[in-house]
Design a protein around this ligand. Structure first.
Ligand SMILES: [Zn+2]
Length: 480
């Protein structure tokens, strides 16, 4: 995953003087302004050894009307990090106009209205020590500021908050509606997670369902019914018991008729008064003399995880947390209504919804899901099923994705069939989302230096996480 951050410091400097800082950086060799170095090299090859600046002819940024290239700024590369720097003033001077407009329309920081500031952006691989890298860069840059600006105060850097509280706002909106579902924070206690892991195995779920329907099962009976699958069932019984999804119980049965008499959680109960002295209605024996056999029933934990396939919510949430989503950015719907989405998460200021089914996802599930998706304003939607998404349900999503003129309306959700691919699929989407956010952040520096920096970070993301046509998307979205 890629990290993105921005910071700024109030500092009033003309573009011309700002370029002197960059020239100074080029000379000190510690941090090389890449575009300026490339320009100088280009000028030398053209036989223009003395030229200061060789402007590159650039395209235009779609968002900012009339903002074609020409602003001051540069980018620096070090240890899997890109640092971009620019100078933002007012829009009243032609030279300042470009930087100002592009900043104002830049998807990453358009909400921040900066005036007379130096703006620094950092995009780094997750493994990069970006704090250390930035500290070193600021040291080198501030040296040049001190050298080239007379009597200027030291720069005070402030981080730009890139988050917008989408989830919080959605929950507020839903809380104000009487009929809407209520969402709550996830509970990932160790017992719950372990139980969900055990139930992610189909044989374990089947056995728990069987026990739940029967109320109680003797080990010998359970094994006898399965015949050839004996070993699988034996393992399932052990798994369920060790995760606390079943409780051991004792069944007392009449020795004469084999009819069940009562169940006990403790074997000693039938040997102590008053229960020991109760007489069987079917034969002459007392309870202490009847046949006691050990077996299993579904525990409270087992019931709560089986209810509405809650185990799946826990299991998927654990994957999300392991992939780096903080639990405060995840909410669960615990109402047992089949029409509500099960999980909503906020990731990089985007809302993602998850619908989970421990069965086939059918056409009857597709319409309510699409409705929630539109109602919640979700940016990404996932259907996760232990089985399949039916052909009819897929057709419903395809129909919803087109209007009569054939244009795309809502793209079909991401459909994940089978638990085995859940983690890998979600990771891909998280990686691509982090790429998108980094590419958004690099629009402005790309326009400044004339190189598509999103191509650099595309190399930092596993290629299978980048959908086909992602480059064209960025070109048409941002540039003319
Ligand atoms: Zn009896």
């Amino acid at each position: 995953m890629l990290k993105v951050s921005y910071m700024y410091a109030r500092h009033d400097v003309t573009q011309e003087n700002f370029r002197k800082y960059l020239d100074g950086m080029l000379e000190q060799k510690r941090w090389q302004p890449a575009a300026l170095a490339a320009e100088r090299s280009f000028a030398r090859m053209a036989g223009l050894a003395s030229i200061k600046s060789m402007r590159i002819s650039l395209g235009r940024y779609r968002g900012a009307a009339g903002a074609s290239a020409g602003g001051a700024g540069d980018v620096f590369f070090k240890d899997d990090a890109i640092i971009s720097i620019t100078n933002v003033r007012e829009s009243n001077h032609p030279e300042d106009f470009y930087n100002y407009e592009v900043m104002e329309y830049s998807p990453a920081i358009r909400r921040k209205k900066l005036r007379r500031s130096i703006l620094i952006g950092v995009v780094a691989k997750e493994s990069a020590d970006s704090d250390e890298i930035l500290k070193d860069f600021l040291e080198a840059f501030e040296e040049q500021v001190a050298k080239h600006s007379k009597g200027s105060a030291s720069l005070k850097w402030e981080e730009v908050d890139l988050e917008s509280p989408r989830l919080e706002r959605l929950l507020e909106k839903l809380a104000s509606e009487a009929t809407a579902a209520r969402f709550s924070s996830p509970d990932l206690g160790g017992e719950t997670v372990k139980g969900a892991d055990v139930l992610s195995i189909q044989a374990n779920r089947e056995l728990l369902r069987e026990l739940s329907e029967a109320g109680f099962g003797r080990e010998s009976d359970i094994l006898a019914r399965r015949g050839a699958k004996r070993e699988v069932v034996q393992a399932a019984l052990t798994d369920l018991a060790s995760a606390g999804l079943t409780s051991t119980e004792f069944l007392l049965a009449c020795k004469g008729t084999s009819a069940p008499l009562a169940r006990f959680s403790n074997a000693n109960e039938t040997q102590t008064a008053p229960i020991a002295n109760i007489r069987c209605g079917k034969c002459a024996r007392t309870y202490s003399q009847e046949l006691l056999s050990e077996g299993y029933s579904v525990s409270t934990l087992g019931r709560s995880l089986a209810q509405g396939s809650h185990w799946m919510t826990v299991w998927v949430t654990k994957r999300l947390v392991d992939l780096g989503i903080p639990t405060r950015s995840i909410v669960w719907n615990l109402e047992d209504s089949g029409e509500e989405v099960d999980i909503i998460i906020e990731f990089m200021s985007k809302l993602w919804i998850f619908e989970l089914k421990d069965r086939e996802f059918g056409p009857g599930d597709a319409h309510p899901f699409n409705y929630r998706r539109v109602r919640y304003g979700a940016d990404e939607a996932f259907v996760i099923t232990t089985d399949k998404v039916s052909t009819d349900a897929k057709r419903v999503f395809e129909d919803l994705a087109r209007d009569s003129s054939g244009r795309t309306r809502t793209k079909p959700p991401n459909m994940i069939e089978g638990l085995a691919s859940v983690e890998g699929e979600i990771r891909k989407h998280l990686e691509f989302a982090s790429y998108q956010r980094a590419a958004d952040a690099l629009v402005m520096p790309s326009m400044t230096v004339g190189f598509a920096l999103s191509d650099v970070i595309a190399e930092w993301v596993p290629s299978e996480s980048l959908p086909s046509g992602f480059r064209r998307y960025y070109e048409t979205e941002y540039y003319l």
